[in-house]
Ligand binder design. Structure first.
Ligand code: FAD
Length: 389
Protein backbone atom coordinates (compact mmCIF):
# COMPACT_ATOMS: atom_id res chain seq x y z
CA UNK A 1 0.00 0.00 0.00
CA UNK A 2 1.27 3.51 -0.83
CA UNK A 3 2.08 5.81 2.08
CA UNK A 4 -0.89 7.82 3.36
CA UNK A 5 -0.14 11.56 3.43
CA UNK A 6 -0.15 13.50 6.74
CA UNK A 7 -2.29 16.37 5.52
CA UNK A 8 -4.71 16.83 2.63
CA UNK A 9 -7.42 19.20 1.46
CA UNK A 10 -10.07 16.53 0.94
CA UNK A 11 -10.34 13.11 2.55
CA UNK A 12 -12.98 10.58 1.51
CA UNK A 13 -13.79 7.69 3.84
CA UNK A 14 -15.38 4.81 1.96
CA UNK A 15 -14.93 3.71 -1.66
CA UNK A 16 -18.42 2.44 -2.45
CA UNK A 17 -20.70 4.00 -5.08
CA UNK A 18 -20.97 7.25 -3.08
CA UNK A 19 -17.25 7.70 -2.31
CA UNK A 20 -16.20 6.83 -5.86
CA UNK A 21 -18.76 9.17 -7.32
CA UNK A 22 -17.51 12.10 -5.20
CA UNK A 23 -13.90 11.25 -6.11
CA UNK A 24 -14.79 11.13 -9.81
CA UNK A 25 -16.33 14.62 -9.76
CA UNK A 26 -13.52 16.09 -7.65
CA UNK A 27 -11.12 14.79 -10.29
CA UNK A 28 -13.29 15.90 -13.21
CA UNK A 29 -13.72 19.42 -11.85
CA UNK A 30 -9.95 19.43 -11.20
CA UNK A 31 -10.57 20.53 -7.66
CA UNK A 32 -7.76 18.83 -5.85
CA UNK A 33 -4.29 17.76 -6.85
CA UNK A 34 -3.37 14.15 -6.25
CA UNK A 35 -1.26 14.98 -3.21
CA UNK A 36 -4.11 16.97 -1.62
CA UNK A 37 -6.56 14.08 -1.72
CA UNK A 38 -6.85 10.80 0.10
CA UNK A 39 -9.38 7.99 -0.01
CA UNK A 40 -9.49 5.34 2.71
CA UNK A 41 -11.49 2.13 2.75
CA UNK A 42 -11.34 -0.73 5.19
CA UNK A 43 -12.52 -3.47 2.84
CA UNK A 44 -9.92 -5.77 1.33
CA UNK A 45 -10.86 -4.94 -2.29
CA UNK A 46 -13.02 -2.76 -4.56
CA UNK A 47 -16.82 -3.09 -4.59
CA UNK A 48 -18.01 -1.22 -1.48
CA UNK A 49 -20.71 -3.19 0.35
CA UNK A 50 -21.42 -5.22 -2.76
CA UNK A 51 -18.25 -7.28 -2.30
CA UNK A 52 -19.71 -8.66 0.96
CA UNK A 53 -23.13 -9.66 -0.37
CA UNK A 54 -24.08 -13.30 -0.76
CA UNK A 55 -23.11 -15.09 -3.98
CA UNK A 56 -26.65 -15.97 -5.04
CA UNK A 57 -27.56 -12.26 -5.25
CA UNK A 58 -27.34 -11.56 -8.99
CA UNK A 59 -27.69 -8.26 -10.78
CA UNK A 60 -30.93 -9.77 -12.08
CA UNK A 61 -32.31 -10.33 -8.56
CA UNK A 62 -31.06 -7.06 -6.97
CA UNK A 63 -32.87 -3.80 -7.63
CA UNK A 64 -31.42 -1.77 -10.43
CA UNK A 65 -27.73 -1.02 -9.94
CA UNK A 66 -26.91 2.28 -11.62
CA UNK A 67 -23.66 2.93 -13.45
CA UNK A 68 -21.10 5.16 -11.81
CA UNK A 69 -20.72 8.54 -13.52
CA UNK A 70 -18.11 8.29 -16.26
CA UNK A 71 -18.31 4.51 -16.41
CA UNK A 72 -19.42 4.69 -20.05
CA UNK A 73 -15.93 6.00 -20.88
CA UNK A 74 -14.63 2.53 -20.01
CA UNK A 75 -17.27 0.83 -22.15
CA UNK A 76 -18.85 -0.62 -19.00
CA UNK A 77 -22.48 -0.66 -17.94
CA UNK A 78 -24.39 -2.74 -15.40
CA UNK A 79 -27.27 -2.67 -17.91
CA UNK A 80 -25.34 -4.88 -20.31
CA UNK A 81 -23.41 -6.92 -17.70
CA UNK A 82 -24.10 -10.63 -17.30
CA UNK A 83 -27.11 -10.60 -14.96
CA UNK A 84 -26.60 -14.24 -14.04
CA UNK A 85 -23.20 -13.64 -12.41
CA UNK A 86 -23.00 -12.88 -8.68
CA UNK A 87 -23.57 -9.13 -8.26
CA UNK A 88 -20.64 -9.03 -5.81
CA UNK A 89 -18.24 -10.15 -8.56
CA UNK A 90 -19.53 -7.86 -11.30
CA UNK A 91 -19.64 -4.76 -9.08
CA UNK A 92 -16.19 -5.43 -7.57
CA UNK A 93 -14.76 -5.93 -11.05
CA UNK A 94 -16.34 -2.76 -12.53
CA UNK A 95 -15.48 -0.58 -9.52
CA UNK A 96 -11.89 -1.87 -9.63
CA UNK A 97 -11.58 -0.98 -13.32
CA UNK A 98 -13.18 2.41 -12.63
CA UNK A 99 -10.66 3.20 -9.88
CA UNK A 100 -7.81 2.21 -12.16
CA UNK A 101 -9.06 4.17 -15.16
CA UNK A 102 -9.63 7.39 -13.24
CA UNK A 103 -6.51 6.83 -11.12
CA UNK A 104 -8.45 6.98 -7.88
CA UNK A 105 -5.88 5.57 -5.49
CA UNK A 106 -7.80 3.98 -2.67
CA UNK A 107 -5.80 3.10 0.43
CA UNK A 108 -7.12 -0.22 1.68
CA UNK A 109 -7.64 -2.03 3.94
CA UNK A 110 -7.59 1.01 6.21
CA UNK A 111 -10.16 1.33 8.95
CA UNK A 112 -11.01 4.81 10.23
CA UNK A 113 -11.43 4.60 14.00
CA UNK A 114 -12.29 8.19 14.83
CA UNK A 115 -12.52 11.67 13.40
CA UNK A 116 -12.11 14.66 15.70
CA UNK A 117 -11.50 18.38 15.58
CA UNK A 118 -7.96 19.63 15.33
CA UNK A 119 -8.17 23.42 15.14
CA UNK A 120 -9.33 24.38 11.67
CA UNK A 121 -8.61 20.84 10.45
CA UNK A 122 -10.20 17.50 11.07
CA UNK A 123 -8.02 14.69 12.38
CA UNK A 124 -8.67 11.20 11.01
CA UNK A 125 -7.22 8.37 13.06
CA UNK A 126 -6.93 5.11 11.18
CA UNK A 127 -5.52 1.63 11.45
CA UNK A 128 -3.85 -0.25 8.65
CA UNK A 129 -5.51 -3.66 8.44
CA UNK A 130 -3.13 -5.12 5.85
CA UNK A 131 -2.07 -8.54 7.10
CA UNK A 132 1.10 -8.10 9.07
CA UNK A 133 3.84 -10.70 8.70
CA UNK A 134 3.20 -13.88 10.67
CA UNK A 135 -0.04 -12.56 12.03
CA UNK A 136 -3.20 -14.62 12.38
CA UNK A 137 -6.42 -13.08 11.14
CA UNK A 138 -9.65 -13.93 12.85
CA UNK A 139 -13.07 -13.63 11.34
CA UNK A 140 -15.83 -11.44 12.65
CA UNK A 141 -19.51 -10.98 11.80
CA UNK A 142 -22.54 -9.39 13.39
CA UNK A 143 -23.23 -12.39 15.58
CA UNK A 144 -19.51 -13.12 15.88
CA UNK A 145 -19.76 -16.05 13.48
CA UNK A 146 -17.55 -15.10 10.62
CA UNK A 147 -15.93 -12.09 9.09
CA UNK A 148 -18.07 -10.27 6.61
CA UNK A 149 -16.91 -6.71 6.68
CA UNK A 150 -13.28 -6.47 7.51
CA UNK A 151 -10.37 -8.43 8.83
CA UNK A 152 -9.29 -7.95 12.37
CA UNK A 153 -5.88 -9.03 13.51
CA UNK A 154 -6.00 -11.66 16.25
CA UNK A 155 -2.78 -10.70 17.93
CA UNK A 156 -0.02 -8.19 17.59
CA UNK A 157 0.03 -4.49 17.02
CA UNK A 158 -2.06 -2.89 14.29
CA UNK A 159 -0.15 -0.05 12.64
CA UNK A 160 -1.98 3.20 13.28
CA UNK A 161 -1.73 6.63 11.75
CA UNK A 162 -3.36 10.02 11.38
CA UNK A 163 -4.19 12.29 8.51
CA UNK A 164 -5.40 15.88 8.84
CA UNK A 165 -7.85 17.28 6.35
CA UNK A 166 -9.62 20.51 5.51
CA UNK A 167 -12.77 18.75 4.20
CA UNK A 168 -14.17 15.35 5.00
CA UNK A 169 -16.50 13.35 2.79
CA UNK A 170 -17.91 10.49 4.80
CA UNK A 171 -19.21 7.78 2.47
CA UNK A 172 -19.24 4.78 4.78
CA UNK A 173 -22.63 3.34 3.83
CA UNK A 174 -24.58 1.06 6.13
CA UNK A 175 -23.28 -2.48 5.67
CA UNK A 176 -21.02 -2.30 8.73
CA UNK A 177 -23.93 -1.29 10.95
CA UNK A 178 -26.54 -4.07 10.83
CA UNK A 179 -29.78 -3.51 12.74
CA UNK A 180 -31.57 -6.20 14.74
CA UNK A 181 -34.65 -5.27 16.81
CA UNK A 182 -34.91 -6.57 20.36
CA UNK A 183 -37.38 -9.32 21.29
CA UNK A 184 -37.71 -10.97 24.70
CA UNK A 185 -35.82 -14.25 24.90
CA UNK A 186 -33.27 -13.33 22.21
CA UNK A 187 -30.25 -13.80 24.45
CA UNK A 188 -31.41 -17.22 25.70
CA UNK A 189 -32.39 -18.48 22.22
CA UNK A 190 -30.87 -21.91 21.63
CA UNK A 191 -30.83 -21.68 17.82
CA UNK A 192 -28.70 -19.61 15.49
CA UNK A 193 -29.16 -15.88 14.91
CA UNK A 194 -28.11 -14.76 11.42
CA UNK A 195 -28.30 -11.22 10.05
CA UNK A 196 -28.44 -10.41 6.33
CA UNK A 197 -24.81 -9.30 6.65
CA UNK A 198 -23.84 -12.84 7.79
CA UNK A 199 -25.83 -14.75 5.16
CA UNK A 200 -23.67 -16.82 2.84
CA UNK A 201 -25.82 -19.47 1.19
CA UNK A 202 -29.01 -21.50 1.55
CA UNK A 203 -26.92 -24.65 1.99
CA UNK A 204 -26.05 -23.49 5.52
CA UNK A 205 -29.72 -24.13 6.43
CA UNK A 206 -30.25 -27.53 4.81
CA UNK A 207 -32.88 -29.61 6.66
CA UNK A 208 -33.37 -26.90 9.27
CA UNK A 209 -36.44 -25.03 10.44
CA UNK A 210 -35.87 -21.40 9.62
CA UNK A 211 -37.73 -18.22 10.53
CA UNK A 212 -37.07 -15.25 8.25
CA UNK A 213 -37.81 -11.79 9.67
CA UNK A 214 -38.26 -8.73 7.44
CA UNK A 215 -40.55 -7.18 4.86
CA UNK A 216 -38.06 -6.30 2.12
CA UNK A 217 -36.45 -7.84 -0.93
CA UNK A 218 -33.68 -9.53 1.06
CA UNK A 219 -36.16 -11.43 3.24
CA UNK A 220 -38.15 -12.47 0.16
CA UNK A 221 -34.98 -13.56 -1.63
CA UNK A 222 -34.00 -15.71 1.37
CA UNK A 223 -37.47 -17.34 1.47
CA UNK A 224 -37.24 -18.25 -2.21
CA UNK A 225 -33.73 -19.63 -1.86
CA UNK A 226 -34.44 -21.62 1.28
CA UNK A 227 -37.65 -23.20 0.04
CA UNK A 228 -35.98 -26.22 -1.62
CA UNK A 229 -33.49 -26.93 1.19
CA UNK A 230 -35.10 -26.03 4.52
CA UNK A 231 -37.18 -28.53 6.51
CA UNK A 232 -39.58 -25.76 7.54
CA UNK A 233 -39.93 -22.10 6.69
CA UNK A 234 -41.80 -19.30 8.43
CA UNK A 235 -41.85 -15.72 7.23
CA UNK A 236 -42.70 -12.88 9.60
CA UNK A 237 -42.85 -9.18 8.99
CA UNK A 238 -43.34 -6.31 11.39
CA UNK A 239 -45.75 -4.66 8.97
CA UNK A 240 -48.01 -5.93 6.18
CA UNK A 241 -46.23 -6.24 2.83
CA UNK A 242 -47.14 -3.51 0.36
CA UNK A 243 -46.93 -5.46 -2.91
CA UNK A 244 -46.49 -3.44 -6.08
CA UNK A 245 -47.83 -4.55 -9.43
CA UNK A 246 -44.50 -3.86 -11.04
CA UNK A 247 -41.51 -6.06 -11.90
CA UNK A 248 -38.69 -3.81 -10.72
CA UNK A 249 -38.28 -1.17 -8.04
CA UNK A 250 -37.40 2.21 -9.46
CA UNK A 251 -35.50 3.65 -6.49
CA UNK A 252 -35.39 7.11 -8.01
CA UNK A 253 -39.04 6.97 -9.02
CA UNK A 254 -39.96 6.03 -5.45
CA UNK A 255 -40.16 9.73 -4.75
CA UNK A 256 -42.31 9.47 -1.62
CA UNK A 257 -39.77 7.20 0.06
CA UNK A 258 -36.85 9.39 -1.02
CA UNK A 259 -38.67 12.53 0.22
CA UNK A 260 -39.31 10.90 3.58
CA UNK A 261 -35.60 10.15 3.87
CA UNK A 262 -34.76 13.71 2.87
CA UNK A 263 -37.18 15.22 5.37
CA UNK A 264 -35.78 13.09 8.19
CA UNK A 265 -32.16 13.93 7.24
CA UNK A 266 -32.88 17.66 7.08
CA UNK A 267 -34.62 17.51 10.46
CA UNK A 268 -31.79 15.50 12.07
CA UNK A 269 -34.14 12.59 12.78
CA UNK A 270 -33.26 8.90 12.61
CA UNK A 271 -33.83 7.72 9.04
CA UNK A 272 -37.02 5.75 8.30
CA UNK A 273 -36.89 2.36 6.62
CA UNK A 274 -36.65 2.77 2.83
CA UNK A 275 -38.71 -0.31 2.08
CA UNK A 276 -41.67 0.86 4.18
CA UNK A 277 -41.98 3.76 1.75
CA UNK A 278 -41.34 2.04 -1.55
CA UNK A 279 -43.39 -1.16 -1.44
CA UNK A 280 -42.11 -4.43 -2.85
CA UNK A 281 -42.23 -5.11 -6.60
CA UNK A 282 -43.69 -8.42 -7.75
CA UNK A 283 -41.55 -10.05 -10.39
CA UNK A 284 -42.64 -13.36 -11.87
CA UNK A 285 -40.66 -15.42 -9.35
CA UNK A 286 -42.18 -13.53 -6.43
CA UNK A 287 -45.70 -13.64 -7.87
CA UNK A 288 -45.37 -17.44 -8.20
CA UNK A 289 -44.14 -17.63 -4.57
CA UNK A 290 -47.22 -15.71 -3.42
CA UNK A 291 -49.43 -17.92 -5.54
CA UNK A 292 -48.16 -21.16 -4.01
CA UNK A 293 -48.48 -19.79 -0.48
CA UNK A 294 -44.76 -19.49 0.32
CA UNK A 295 -44.73 -15.71 0.47
CA UNK A 296 -47.44 -15.13 3.04
CA UNK A 297 -45.95 -13.22 5.94
CA UNK A 298 -47.23 -13.81 9.45
CA UNK A 299 -47.28 -10.86 11.82
CA UNK A 300 -44.21 -10.45 14.02
CA UNK A 301 -43.82 -12.91 16.86
CA UNK A 302 -43.96 -11.72 20.42
CA UNK A 303 -41.01 -13.53 22.03
CA UNK A 304 -38.50 -16.33 21.70
CA UNK A 305 -38.58 -19.36 23.97
CA UNK A 306 -35.84 -21.99 23.69
CA UNK A 307 -35.74 -22.87 19.99
CA UNK A 308 -39.21 -21.52 19.16
CA UNK A 309 -40.67 -18.15 18.24
CA UNK A 310 -43.98 -17.53 20.02
CA UNK A 311 -46.88 -15.25 19.03
CA UNK A 312 -49.08 -13.47 21.55
CA UNK A 313 -51.97 -15.88 20.80
CA UNK A 314 -49.78 -18.72 22.14
CA UNK A 315 -49.00 -20.28 18.74
CA UNK A 316 -45.35 -21.01 17.99
CA UNK A 317 -42.93 -22.17 15.29
CA UNK A 318 -39.68 -24.08 15.54
CA UNK A 319 -36.62 -22.05 14.66
CA UNK A 320 -33.24 -23.75 14.34
CA UNK A 321 -32.16 -20.44 12.85
CA UNK A 322 -33.67 -16.95 12.71
CA UNK A 323 -32.57 -14.85 9.77
CA UNK A 324 -32.91 -11.16 10.63
CA UNK A 325 -33.37 -9.33 7.31
CA UNK A 326 -34.13 -6.24 9.36
CA UNK A 327 -31.87 -3.73 7.70
CA UNK A 328 -28.98 -1.48 8.47
CA UNK A 329 -28.28 1.92 9.95
CA UNK A 330 -25.82 4.54 8.68
CA UNK A 331 -22.34 3.67 9.87
CA UNK A 332 -21.20 6.80 11.69
CA UNK A 333 -19.56 5.52 14.91
CA UNK A 334 -16.17 6.91 13.96
CA UNK A 335 -17.68 10.42 13.74
CA UNK A 336 -18.89 10.34 17.38
CA UNK A 337 -16.18 12.74 18.68
CA UNK A 338 -17.59 15.42 16.34
CA UNK A 339 -20.94 15.28 18.15
CA UNK A 340 -22.96 15.64 14.95
CA UNK A 341 -25.81 13.47 16.17
CA UNK A 342 -28.92 15.41 17.17
CA UNK A 343 -31.23 14.61 20.08
CA UNK A 344 -33.77 13.49 17.46
CA UNK A 345 -31.47 10.55 16.67
CA UNK A 346 -29.93 11.49 13.31
CA UNK A 347 -27.44 13.90 11.78
CA UNK A 348 -28.84 17.02 10.12
CA UNK A 349 -27.89 16.69 6.46
CA UNK A 350 -29.16 18.66 3.46
CA UNK A 351 -27.83 18.09 -0.07
CA UNK A 352 -25.11 15.90 1.41
CA UNK A 353 -23.76 18.64 3.71
CA UNK A 354 -23.69 18.32 7.51
CA UNK A 355 -25.43 21.46 8.70
CA UNK A 356 -23.51 21.59 11.95
CA UNK A 357 -20.10 21.72 10.31
CA UNK A 358 -19.37 23.18 6.84
CA UNK A 359 -16.22 21.03 6.53
CA UNK A 360 -18.16 17.78 6.59
CA UNK A 361 -20.22 16.02 3.90
CA UNK A 362 -22.16 12.78 4.20
CA UNK A 363 -22.35 11.08 0.81
CA UNK A 364 -24.84 8.25 0.37
CA UNK A 365 -26.80 9.27 3.47
CA UNK A 366 -30.61 9.25 3.65
CA UNK A 367 -32.12 10.19 0.26
CA UNK A 368 -28.78 9.33 -1.39
CA UNK A 369 -28.74 5.72 -0.16
CA UNK A 370 -29.15 4.03 -3.53
CA UNK A 371 -26.74 3.71 -6.42
CA UNK A 372 -28.51 6.53 -8.30
CA UNK A 373 -28.68 8.66 -5.15
CA UNK A 374 -24.99 8.05 -4.52
CA UNK A 375 -24.18 9.29 -8.04
CA UNK A 376 -26.16 12.44 -7.40
CA UNK A 377 -24.30 12.89 -4.09
CA UNK A 378 -21.00 12.93 -5.97
CA UNK A 379 -21.87 15.85 -8.19
CA UNK A 380 -23.68 17.76 -5.43
CA UNK A 381 -20.87 17.46 -2.89
CA UNK A 382 -18.06 18.15 -5.36
CA UNK A 383 -19.89 21.34 -6.44
CA UNK A 384 -20.16 22.52 -2.83
CA UNK A 385 -16.48 21.83 -2.17
CA UNK A 386 -15.67 23.71 -5.37
CA UNK A 387 -17.71 26.70 -4.17
CA UNK A 388 -15.84 26.83 -0.85
CA UNK A 389 -12.39 26.26 -2.35
P1 FAD B 1 -21.12 1.15 0.53
O1 FAD B 1 -21.20 0.44 -0.74
O2 FAD B 1 -21.51 0.42 1.78
O3 FAD B 1 -19.61 1.64 0.71
C1 FAD B 1 -19.14 2.13 1.93
C2 FAD B 1 -17.65 1.85 2.00
O4 FAD B 1 -17.15 2.46 3.19
C3 FAD B 1 -17.32 0.37 2.11
O5 FAD B 1 -16.42 0.01 1.10
C4 FAD B 1 -16.71 0.20 3.51
O6 FAD B 1 -15.64 -0.71 3.52
C5 FAD B 1 -16.22 1.61 3.80
N1 FAD B 1 -16.19 1.93 5.23
C6 FAD B 1 -17.23 1.88 6.10
N2 FAD B 1 -16.82 2.29 7.33
C7 FAD B 1 -15.50 2.59 7.22
C8 FAD B 1 -14.52 3.06 8.15
N3 FAD B 1 -14.80 3.33 9.43
N4 FAD B 1 -13.25 3.23 7.71
C9 FAD B 1 -12.92 2.97 6.42
N5 FAD B 1 -13.82 2.54 5.49
C10 FAD B 1 -15.09 2.36 5.90
N6 FAD B 1 -29.12 0.12 -4.06
C11 FAD B 1 -29.41 0.13 -5.37
O7 FAD B 1 -29.37 1.21 -6.01
N7 FAD B 1 -29.77 -1.01 -6.03
C12 FAD B 1 -29.83 -2.22 -5.40
O8 FAD B 1 -30.12 -3.24 -6.00
C13 FAD B 1 -29.52 -2.26 -3.99
N8 FAD B 1 -29.53 -3.44 -3.32
C14 FAD B 1 -29.19 -3.45 -2.01
C15 FAD B 1 -29.21 -4.68 -1.33
C16 FAD B 1 -28.87 -4.74 0.01
C17 FAD B 1 -28.89 -6.06 0.72
C18 FAD B 1 -28.52 -3.54 0.69
C19 FAD B 1 -28.15 -3.58 2.15
C20 FAD B 1 -28.50 -2.32 0.03
C21 FAD B 1 -28.84 -2.26 -1.33
N9 FAD B 1 -28.84 -1.05 -2.03
C22 FAD B 1 -29.15 -1.04 -3.36
C23 FAD B 1 -28.47 0.19 -1.38
C24 FAD B 1 -26.93 0.29 -1.44
O9 FAD B 1 -26.52 0.26 -0.14
C25 FAD B 1 -26.50 1.49 -2.26
O10 FAD B 1 -27.01 1.36 -3.49
C26 FAD B 1 -25.01 1.71 -2.49
O11 FAD B 1 -24.36 0.59 -3.03
C27 FAD B 1 -24.37 2.14 -1.25
O12 FAD B 1 -23.17 2.78 -1.62
P2 FAD B 1 -22.32 3.56 -0.56
O13 FAD B 1 -21.09 4.00 -1.27
O14 FAD B 1 -23.13 4.59 0.12
O15 FAD B 1 -21.98 2.49 0.57
Amino acid sequence: MDAIPDRVKVAVIGAGQAGLSVAYYLRRFELVADEDFVMLDRAPGPGGAWQHRWSSLRLGTAHRVNDLPGMGELGLSFETADRTLPAKEVVADYYGRFEEHFELRVHRPVNVRRVSNDGADLRIEYEDLSPQPEEELKTRGFFGRRRRTFQEPETGVVPRGEVRTQFLVNATGTWGSPFVPFYPGMAEYTGRHVHTSDYVSAEDFRDQHVVVVGGGTSAIGFMLELEPVAAGLTWVSRRPIDWLDRQELDLEGASAAVSRQDEAARAGRALPSIVSGTGVPKNRRIAAGIERGLLRARPMFDRIEGDRVVWDDGSSARADAIIWATGFRPELRHLAPLKLREKAGGVTVGQGAAWQDPRIFLAGYGPQASTIGANRAGRMIARQIMAIL
